[in-house]
Design a protein. Structure first.
Length: 166
């Protein structure tokens, strides 16, 4: 089984976990392969909406490019979703962490089993107290609103420049 298939299977498993716990959920088409498909799942219930990046690893450490995390957090901000990194370590199940808990390795962000065991939570813990988690996640976004507005402005200006060149 290839990495892409393993990742898709992990996403389906995570999707089912949300459905089984009375959330509505969708897998995003082309996540990780298509432009503007910057998260793996979107899930929510009354008052709680999450943008989820799913990772699976048989090793105790997983690297995620800084660009991927930044696009993921920006995507979650645009749609007013709470960003969550979901990591499944083989035979240990799923852990859910806030993107701010990722460690900086210089070129990449790193999520380790050790970090997940210290700062991460299992599904029932992370999503149980929705009000508390919503407030914490909202405060802990990687990009501030001003930075997001600047990125949107830059994208708009770049698009306008492309139109003028054509």
């Amino acid at each position: 089984m290839g990495n892409k298939e393993k990742g898709a299977n992990a996403e389906r498993e995570l999707y089912q976990m949300f459905v089984d716990n009375n959330f509505r959920a969708v897998r995003t088409a082309g996540s990780g392969t298509m432009e503007n498909a910057d998260c793996d799942l979107i899930a929510g219930n009354k008052g709680s909406k999450y943008c989820i990046e799913a990772k699976s690893s048989k090793k105790p450490i997983k690297y995620i490019t800084k660009d991927q995390v930044n696009r993921f957090v920006t995507f979650s901000q645009i749609f007013s979703l709470k960003p969550v990194i979901a990591v499944r370590f083989n035979r240990l199940g799923w852990f859910f962490i806030n993107p701010k808990d990722l460690k900086d390795s210089g070129k990449n962000w790193v999520v380790s089993l050790e970090t997940c065991q210290k700062k991460g939570k299992k599904f029932s813990q992370f999503f149980r107290d929705k009000t508390k988690n919503n407030n914490l996640l909202q405060k802990d976004l990687l990009l501030k609103d001003e930075e997001l507005n600047e990125l949107i402005k830059e994208d708009y200006e770049a698009e306008e420049n492309l139109k003028q060149d054509v």
